[in-house]
Design a protein around this ligand. Structure first.
Ligand SMILES: [Zn+2]
Ligand SMILES: [Zn+2]
Length: 373
């Protein structure tokens, strides 16, 4: 049954996000309606606004880091029922592409999408939903395979963080590469994703985790989440600093880390990560680039060049997550006290405060603002 609700949306390019009355239609076959309990405000929502929709059709309901309760299930949905607590994944593997067919759903080429079900009450226009989610809304409709059931004891205002920032960071250390016990790790950029990389490396029993940022507050956070060393990148070349911090048992051998993660979206940081790793080490790039972004990599330097240092470069697409497996695992790690989500919610806000949260994201020290409904 269709429900009346409210949603925070972009109505036209350049306009601020506004909350409007909406009608959310019944879920179709294979879809579910979710009544939102909480939604994290992710940098990607701000990016959609700044890039004037980033190719999506207006009006656009924002939000893709949501958790809530199943309100209604569509035809053919048997694995969920009304009242189930779920986290919404922005990507559910399709079962049909070449990667899925060969049993590698983490590298699915596409994602299952619902029909657009949210309409603007004032004009009747159908809304786009950011990343097939649209979680800055009292209700949304998503593909049933994108609604991942949570344990009953999992608080949803923390669970929502799993959907994007946390799975991206932790997943980079578990799925994109596999950080081994005793590994040395550098993390460049200590926002929500970088802090999650640090937590992933800590959970994997890395022996040394070196956090790099230009903001001393974020470096303090990094220590709290498991960094063993911190480097303030404002004070000289962070590559030298990281290499000097790595304790290496081989006399005369230039130190470096086994894994260096870039969590900034800045090209300079990818170059730094490539130069930070040791022989056969892996640099992992996570942040979204702009379409014109390029990097310059030295190949021939005897210590840090891509050839002589045998550098691997891995790309992490949002932690290469398989939500049906990874979301319950991360919830379990939280419930066991091994993954800290409580501290990552720096502010709880209402649906009407999204613009203020965007502003704070650009100017303040915020890990995550979470909207609660
Ligand atoms: Zn697929
Ligand atoms: Zn996100």
């Amino acid at each position: 049954m269709a429900v009346e609700g409210r949603a925070c949306m972009l109505t036209e390019p350049g306009a601020p996000a506004v909350v409007e009355d909406v009608t959310v239609g019944s879920p179709g076959p294979g879809e579910v309606m979710v009544r939102l309990a909480a939604s994290g405000v992710c940098h990607t929502d701000l990016t959609v606004k700044v890039l004037n929709g980033n190719g999506m059709k207006f009006p656009i309901v924002l939000g893709h880091e949501g958790a809530g309760y199943i309100e209604e299930v569509g035809e053919g949905v048997t694995h969920l029922q009304k009242g189930d607590p779920v986290v919404i994944a922005y990507r559910a593997p399709c079962d049909q592409c070449p990667a899925c067919r060969r049993g590698d759903p983490r590298h699915c080429y596409m994602a299952l999408r619902p029909q657009p079900r949210i309409t603007r009450k004032s004009t009747g226009e159908t809304c786009s939903q950011v990343l097939r989610c649209g979680t800055f809304a009292t209700h949304t409709v998503v593909h049933s395979k994108a609604a991942i059931k949570m344990p009953k004891e999992m608080p949803l205002d923390k669970a929502c963080l799993i959907a994007c920032g946390v799975v991206t960071g932790v997943g980079a250390t578990m799925n994109t590469v596999k950080v081994w016990p005793g590994a040395s790790v550098a993390v460049v950029g200590c926002g929500g994703v970088g802090l999650s990389v640090i937590q992933g490396a800590r959970i994997a029993h890395a022996k040394q985790i070196i956090a790099v940022d230009v903001n001393p507050v974020k470096l303090e956070w990094a220590r709290k989440y498991g960094a063993t060393d911190v480097v303030d990148a404002r004070n000289g070349d962070p590559v030298d600093a990281v290499r000097n911090l790595v304790k290496d048992p081989w006399p005369g051998y230039e130190g470096g880390v086994d894994f260096a993660f870039e969590a900034t979206g800045r090209m300079q940081c990818i170059e730094q990560c490539v130069r930070m790793v040791n022989y056969n080490g892996t640099a992992v790039t996570i942040g979204f680039p702009a379409s014109t972004d390029e990097v310059t990599l030295n190949v021939g330097n005897i210590d840090t060049g891509v050839y002589w240092n045998k550098v691997n470069l891995a790309v992490s697409h949002c932690g290469d997550a398989l939500p049906s497996h990874d979301f319950p695992l991360l919830a379990q790690l939280y419930l066991q006290g091994r993954l800290d989500l409580d501290g990552m919610v720096t502010r709880t806000i209402g649906l009407d405060d999204v613009e203020a949260a965007f502003h704070e994201m650009e100017t303040g020290n915020v890990i995550r603002s979470v909207i609660t409904f």
